[in-house]
Design a protein around this ligand. Structure first.
Ligand SMILES: Cc1ncc(COP(=O)(O)O)c(C=O)c1O
Length: 383
């Protein structure tokens, strides 16, 4: 059926109708007082979502643009970077750092695992002459569905003195990530995730310490220059022509988020993800992330049952029930499928998704007790 598609991928995520309607209006001039008033509120509301007193820069770029804007303003050639890699997106930090000529060392784990803080501690303790300038890490690894213990990891990085650069693309506005309380130096995110608007904007919040390091950067980015963005935030403007309609969308979405409240948003994500996992187990499927303590509240990775392929599950869900779920990435392609519970998702959406997944598996010949997953979800959501 036309216009019924429901995205249960970890981005882009569903967009509220009020946001869509607001962004459908004629573009406003980006130097107008009308737009400046919008920016003022957007910049202020973003600080609340990032839980920081630092300025939050808004870039007309996807999340990877913000990742590049982070490292391009910090690194000089041959600087030592330690990249904590638990999946594709952690590896992306390492590749961006290499593209800036940095000397990159990786701490990697098997996919499905998180970084053990004691391993990071041992490496940082061994860095007696403080060669490591920047440590990159991913809060919520979307490729696997694992959440790193950013609080503990960042506190170790802080103790060492390096700059912590955190990918919060699928964690901000989904899981707690209080920038100032945890002492994060640079925190990035993207619009098409917990922010409930389409792709095209990304965010980067920068601590005073990181800004001082930027001031020593010999060849900082021109388009994504932090000094230009800091000045613009303070003037309620943008350095260049931004995606104005997306800013209008963000303005509306941030108001919705404030109305719901950050704690309630986090609680909703936790409830939906844990309900989904309870129903997956009840259906008899295996979760890719075995340890519930590191399993993400934004995305759940699931193994298909024996004899049924991931492409068949995805195709049936899409064709018969208009629900889109994601494939695994790279080595995990066709080995897992990933269901997002990120952004504008409610109990009803989850119940519909679990019922549709059951109907899909039933059609594909999987032997289980139909209704078991829905029952588990109902019971979990009622708690
Ligand atoms: C954790 C994480 N980091 C970075 C990115 C890259 O963002 P984008 O695709 O918006 O460039 C994504 C995208 O899914 C992501 O999930």
């Amino acid at each position: 059926m036309q216009d019924k598609t429901f995205l249960m991928i970890p981005g882009p995520t569903p967009v509220p109708e009020s946001v869509l309607l607001d962004m459908a209006k004629h573009p406003v001039g980006h130097r107008s007082s009308e737009f400046s008033a919008i920016l003022k509120e957007v910049y202020s509301d973003l600080k609340e979502i990032f839980q920081t007193q630092n300025d939050v820069f808004v870039l007309t770029a996807s999340g990877t643009g913000a990742m590049e804007a982070a490292l391009a303003n910090l690194l000089n050639p041959n600087d030592k970077v330690l990249s904590l890699v638990i999946g594709n997106f952690g590896e992306r930090w390492a590749k961006i750092a290499e593209s800036r000529g940095a000397d990159v060392e990786r701490i990697s784990v098997e996919f499905g695992q998180a970084i053990d803080p004691s391993v990071l501690k041992a490496r940082l303790d061994a860095d007696c002459d403080k060669q490591i300038k920047v440590v990159t890490l991913t809060h919520n690894e979307t490729a696997t569905g694992v959440t790193n213990d950013v609080k503990s990891l960042v506190s170790l990085i802080k103790e060492h003195g390096a700059v912590s650069v955190v990918d919060g693309v699928t964690s901000i506005a989904a899981l707690p990530c209080p920038m100032d309380e945890w002492g994060i130096d640079v925190l990035v995110s993207g619009s098409q995730k917990g922010f409930m608007i389409p792709p095209g904007l990304s965010f980067i919040a920068v601590s005073d310490k990181a800004f001082e390091v930027f001031e020593q950067c010999k060849n900082p980015s021109f388009y994504f220059n932090w000094a230009a963005y800091r000045k613009s935030v303070r003037d309620a403007s943008t350095p260049y022509t931004p995606a104005v309609n997306l800013f209008v969308a963000l303005h509306t979405a941030l108001k919705m988020m404030k109305k719901e409240g950050l704690e309630n948003i986090h609680a909703r994500h936790k409830k939906l993800a844990t309900a989904l996992r309870a129903s997956i187990k009840a259906i008899g499927l295996e979760l890719f992330v075995k340890d519930e303590n590191i399993a993400s509240y934004a995305i759940t990775s699931i193994l298909p049952p024996e004899g049924i392929s991931v492409p068949d599950i995805r195709a049936t869900l899409k064709k018969d029930y208009n629900i889109v779920v994601a494939n695994g990435q790279n080595a995990l392609k066709d080995k897992i499928f990933r269901m997002g519970t990120l952004g504008f998702v409610c109990d009803r959406d989850l119940l519909a998704a679990v019922a549709s997944l059951e109907a899909t598996l039933y059609k594909l010949g999987y032997k289980f007790e139909p209704g078991a997953g829905v029952r588990a979800a109902i019971e979990h959501l009622a708690k």
